[in-house]
Design a protein around this ligand. Structure first.
Ligand code: G6P
Length: 368
């Protein structure tokens, strides 16, 4: 086991640091001359483009990855995208039609709830697409078509590199499905250029390791942690909070910043730590106003912003600021989750818990 971990103490740490490489592998052979080629979807592209709706289905981290890719999928394809947590879809016997494209996202390809939702969608005649890390998995075999994320074997129970590779694959899917639209050509070119530079930017953000360890040190005694995000980074708030919950065994909630005034604001005081994701995209001014409202209630803030924006998000220097490299908006969730993964990792080690095998959890939940 130690040999497999290489220079790292834990698989989670190794997998966090592998992300520049796993993302490169995920994209390998799929971006040629400014065009995205996804062989696994080729024969079904016409059906996908004609579908009335795309439904993203998954559990846990895989669901969050789909949520992160949802805005760009809608923007580039002009097809409405809805989200389903697999168990809830089954509980509600959600409506699904043969004009739908159902995209199932699962690292293992063996999660029972996701596979049952797949059976259900197949019975209702939807086109079923798989996004998985596991070649030969049940998901890969039973879907009509799909894309492997090629993140490499992930051992830590808390998913890290699979999450970022899932997002990259779904962004590439959005580019491929939307590639017949001239109106988005410049935007698609900018995203492809961003994908090419992404591994290097991920490498840069990993340098925040020491800073995240220091932040973790300041939070080890806390009972609770909130994370506010919106737009492309709503998923980052949910996934960051899930990481902290799963491995550091600390209560943590990710929240939609737009909902703050409808309840969560009541929790704000000078003690409860709140991470606000406010990197520079078209939600930035709204997040600035969220920060002001939290400051007005003496909130204890940790703000994640784009490099060079510290004075914009925190003019009086009162909050702790985490500066991250800026990339195109739809790829920013990949950059932004990395400090949160590092924070969860360090919190866990400092609190003395098992990083790779958190209590009560399994890497793949194969029972209902
Ligand atoms: C379990 C794992 C999570 C994972 C979820 C979905 O709960 O502990 O880390 O996100 O299953 O797994 P999947 O293999 O379908 O992505």
């Amino acid at each position: 086991e130690q040999i497999k971990k290489g220079d790292f103490d834990h698989f989670m740490k190794k997998e966090i640091h592998e992300q520049p490489d796993s993302l490169t592998t995920s994209m390998r052979g799929r971006l040629k001359d400014g065009v995205v080629g996804l062989g696994g979807l080729k024969d079904h592209m016409r059906t996908i483009r004609r579908s009335r709706r795309i439904i993203f289905i998954g559990c846990g981290t895989s669901y969050h990855a789909a949520l992160a890719a949802r805005p760009i999928m809608e923007e580039l394809t002009d097809i409405p995208v809805t989200m389903e947590i697999a168990s809830d879809m089954l509980d509600r016997k959600a409506l699904i039609f043969k004009e739908d494209t159902a995209v199932f996202v699962s690292q293992s390809g063996e999660t029972a709830d996701t596979l049952l939702a797949l059976e259900y969608a197949l019975q209702h005649g939807a086109l079923c697409v798989g996004v998985t890390n596991t070649v030969g998995s049940t998901l890969a075999r039973k879907t009509h078509c799909g894309v492997h994320i090629n993140a490499g074997c992930e051992i830590g129970v808390a998913s890290t590199k699979a999450y970022t590779c899932q997002i990259v694959v779904m962004v590439m899917m959005a580019l491929a499905i939307g590639s017949d639209k001239m109106s988005t050509l410049a935007q698609r070119e900018a995203i492809i250029a961003g994908l090419t530079k992404l591994p290097e930017k991920v490498h840069d953000v990993l340098k925040l390791d020491g800073e995240m360890k220091a932040l973790a040190q300041s939070l080890i005694e806390e009972q609770s942690l909130l994370m506010f995000g919106r737009g492309n980074n709503y998923a980052t708030a949910l996934e960051g909070a899930l990481k902290v919950k799963e491995v550091a065994l600390m209560h943590s909630e990710g929240m939609l910043a737009g909902e703050m005034k409808h309840g969560p604001l009541a929790l704000v005081d000078e003690y409860l730590p709140i991470i606000v994701i406010a990197t520079h995209d078209d939600s930035f001014s709204k997040q600035q106003s969220v920060i002001q409202q939290l400051h007005a209630r003496k909130g204890r803030l940790i703000v994640m912003c784009s490099e060079g924006d510290a004075s914009l998000v925190c003019p009086d220097g009162r909050s702790r600021v985490i500066e991250v490299p800026r990339v195109v908006d739809c790829l920013q969730p990949i950059i932004n989750i990395i400090p949160m993964q590092l924070l969860a990792y360090h919190l866990t080690v400092l609190r003395g818990y098992n990083v790779d095998q958190p209590r009560n959890l399994a890497k793949s939940v194969t029972t209902q």
